[in-house]
Design a protein around this ligand. Structure first.
Ligand code: CA2
Length: 148
């Protein structure tokens, strides 16, 4: 049976492509989803792709992915820098988690340097724009193969 990856996107990522293209690129989230689906199919992975502006909804999806033994690619947006709830949800589950950011968060404001996700993530990818999602799918495919 095909393994499943959850790609979860946090607050304001629904605005991608509409503003701040110098920082986040010109792709919309729908463009990114389309490219992810194409690559996931090549790797024979089934894909759950979601975005929410609500912290609790992201927690629910992280728990759901854990219950289904799925991998998680998480761009938690601004919650990355604030959310103990996301940290705890990842910690409570056994899913491998790749933290992802479009921008290089360490080349930006100081408040973006702190991540509550990094200490409980398997790995982190940032600074490659939309391509980061594709790099993360490749990395997750290997992680899930090693796990089985
Ligand atoms: O670089 C990333 O992927 C971030 O997770 C994006 C978050 C930011 O708070 C993190 O520090 C880094 C912000 C997403 C907001 O996206 C927008 C897109 C277009 C216009 C305005 C916001």
């Amino acid at each position: 049976m095909a393994k499943t990856i959850y790609i979860l996107n946090g607050p304001n990522l629904n605005l991608l492509g509409q503003r701040e293209p110098d920082i986040y690129g010109s792709l919309s989230l729908a463009d990114i989803e389309r490219d992810c689906r194409e690559l996931a199919e090549e790797f024979d992975l089934s894909l759950e792709f979601h975005q929410s502006n609500h912290e609790g909804q992201l927690v629910d999806w992280i728990q759901q992915a854990g219950n289904n033994s799925s991998g998680i690619i998480l761009n938690a947006g601004a919650y990355t820098h604030t959310s103990v709830a996301l940290h705890d949800a990842i910690r409570a589950g056994s899913s491998p988690v790749i933290e992802l950011h479009l921008s290089n968060i360490h080349a930006r404001e100081e408040f973006r340097h702190k991540s509550y996700v990094s200490p409980v993530a398997t790995g982190v990818i940032y600074g490659f724009g939309g391509d980061g999602y594709l790099l993360a799918i490749r990395a997750m495919s290997k992680l899930l193969d090693t796990k089985s």
